[in-house]
Design a protein around this ligand. Sequence first.
Ligand SMILES: NC(=O)c1ccc[n+]([C@@H]2O[C@H](COP(=O)([O-])OP(=O)(O)OC[C@H]3O[C@@H](n4cnc5c(N)ncnc54)[C@H](OP(=O)(O)O)[C@@H]3O)[C@@H](O)[C@H]2O)c1
Length: 387
Amino acid sequence: MAECRNKKRLTILGSTGSIGTQALEVISKLKDRFEVIALSAGSNIELLKKQIEIYKPKYVCINDEKDAVNIAKTYKITVYSGSQGLIKLAQLPEVDMVLVAVSGKIGLIPTIEAIKNKKDIALANKETLVMAGDIVVKSVKENNVKLLPVDSEHSAIFQCISNREYVKNLIITASGGPFRNCSVQEMENADLKSTLSHPRWKMGKKITVDSATLMNKGLEVIEAHHLFDINYNDIKVVIHPQSYIHSAVEYKDGSIIAQIGIPSMHIPIQYALCFPERLKGIETESFDFIKASKFEFYAPDYEKFPSLKLAIEAGKTGGTATVCLNAANEEAVFAFLSGQISFTDIYKYTKKVYDSYKPIKNPSLEQILSEDDKIRQQTRSLIKEKV
Ligand SMILES: NC(=O)c1ccc[n+]([C@@H]2O[C@H](COP(=O)([O-])OP(=O)(O)OC[C@H]3O[C@@H](n4cnc5c(N)ncnc54)[C@H](OP(=O)(O)O)[C@@H]3O)[C@@H](O)[C@H]2O)c1
């Protein structure tokens, strides 16, 4: 892409993932608006190489050092590796906005560094706010940067929320995931394939498993609390299997403003990248009210999906309770993905670790990181010992 001073200059952390690749599709349609300065991959070197050839970034990062050397030899660009490399990409002086689309806790420190370096943030990585929402939001205010949500529910609320003073409730919708109509017994026997078959969204594996347990919805409630400064008791979750309404805001005068559209992540990604403009980038099909016709809504079943209840409880407890929830859940999900535990064990281990944990109030970033490490180790050993 040719350089042009009017273009928004971007770093994409996690360019090889589900959000990252869709962001690059958006950018391909809006070449006159964006310049890709930096890209990062975890381990998918082949896709990263293709992206380097198409988007011609000046900097890239890949997890493994040997892969980094290989890329540097081939492309003569600056290549970093590991988590320090992600931080370097987040700090680059020539970048205006960082899209944080890595999955898991690895997103936290680069996001904080990008904010400190006055970059606007398009945030897909929900773990950042779940782990350190108070610190991140404070830093956003102090550094006077924008924090733009990419998650479709938060993008919807962001679009519907005009005057915070008059807000009564946030209504976060959930498709209900692949096991909405299954019995607990069927969920106990759920295999990887059925867990990863999400009825509405094609996403990375970690978030897809979280969508099946409804932990994802709980993480989104915590994310919404931090992004919009709303009390937990004023955030409602509603199951809406069609995923047409992406979320809504109820005002004190009785009006509800909802954001509607076909389930496509291109739309919220593009909105965050282009904000405040609404450009014609990726062509998505128009939402057809007549064809859609059916809008169903149900209350969440907190007994069948206890992860949702646990996440809301952790959010209300605050401090490092959400760090514990996130770390234990993430380790349990990895264990499920690698075949060590069953689907329903994800909640069992998360709950066991959570119940034995004493949260720290108003933690520093250092405390958050050290608690996170401790909780992960504890979860891994419980799983290993099959306790
Ligand atoms: N997908 C969605 O529709 C969606 C919607 C809302 C929110 N989100 C959030 O957005 C984030 C990304 O989700 P996703 O579905 O795009 O995940 P994904 O498809 O698994 O992609 C994750 C990205 O992070 C990279 N990565 C993973 N571990 C890494 C590590 N240790 N170091 C460096 N890079 C690493 C991956 O690289 P490689 O693939 O090269 O290994 C990939 O580029 C998550 O926090 C998720 O909750 C996603």
